[in-house]
Design a protein around this ligand. Structure first.
Ligand SMILES: C[S@@+](CC[C@H](N)C(=O)[O-])C[C@H]1O[C@@H](n2cnc3c(N)ncnc32)[C@H](O)[C@@H]1O
Length: 173
């Protein structure tokens, strides 16, 4: 078992409700067929999903608003050099990133999902996949998010039904 797998196992053994389900994150990482994988994650928490991405990605940028959780993730991701953790509000930080991503995971404050998506649309490569967690468990808090994706007719999206609900959004072909 390599370093990242050991770290994932450690967090898996003390999994909490906020962590994305294992089934969901495994599905996500197995769906990524890009040559170079550049991930933007909104909502680091303790770094569990960032570690999964670190296994397959060239680079991961993960945003966390809470300094205690940011520090916990920093500890959990020690010696993992393809993950950059940023402490700050995603709604401000995304505009400052100055780089493009082909994979995005939205997994932060459910009532802000529409706003995250608006920002994310400005930092995407031509070919991309956006994953949105908790789309069944917290659907009632996401009314404006669903209206928004419906209004973007250049995108297609699908509810996979995995874990707490997982939507995949892509460019319409
Ligand atoms: C459900 S947890 C993320 C779980 C993580 N992806 C995992 O699987 O372990 C949501 C996290 O989003 C963070 N968060 C909430 N609003 C945020 C914002 N505006 N910008 C960045 N992080 C935010 C919370 O502090 C919390 O740690």
């Amino acid at each position: 078992m390599n370093l990242i797998e050991e770290k994932i196992k450690k967090l898996e053994n003390k999994r909490v409700k906020w962590n994305i389900s294992q089934e969901t994150i495994e599905f996500i990482v197995n769906s990524l067929l890009f040559d170079k994988i550049k991930v933007l994650e909104i909502g680091t928490f303790n770094g569990y999903s960032a570690l999964w991405f670190a296994k397959v990605a060239d680079k991961v940028v993960s945003l966390e608003i809470d300094s205690e959780r940011f520090n916990e993730a920093k500890e959990n991701l020690k010696s993992v050099d393809n993950v950059e953790l940023i402490l700050g509000n995603a709604l401000e930080e995304i505009d400052r990133l100055g780089e493009k991503f082909n994979v995005v995971l939205i997994d932060a404050m459910k009532s802000e999902y529409k706003k995250y998506l608006e920002k994310v649309l400005n930092v995407l490569d031509d070919d991309f996949m956006i994953f949105v967690d908790n789309t069944i468990s917290h659907k009632e808090k996401m009314g404006d998010f669903f209206e928004y994706i419906e209004s973007l007719n250049w995108l297609e999206w699908k509810e996979t039904g995995l874990g707490d609900g997982l939507i995949v959004i892509k460019r319409k072909v």
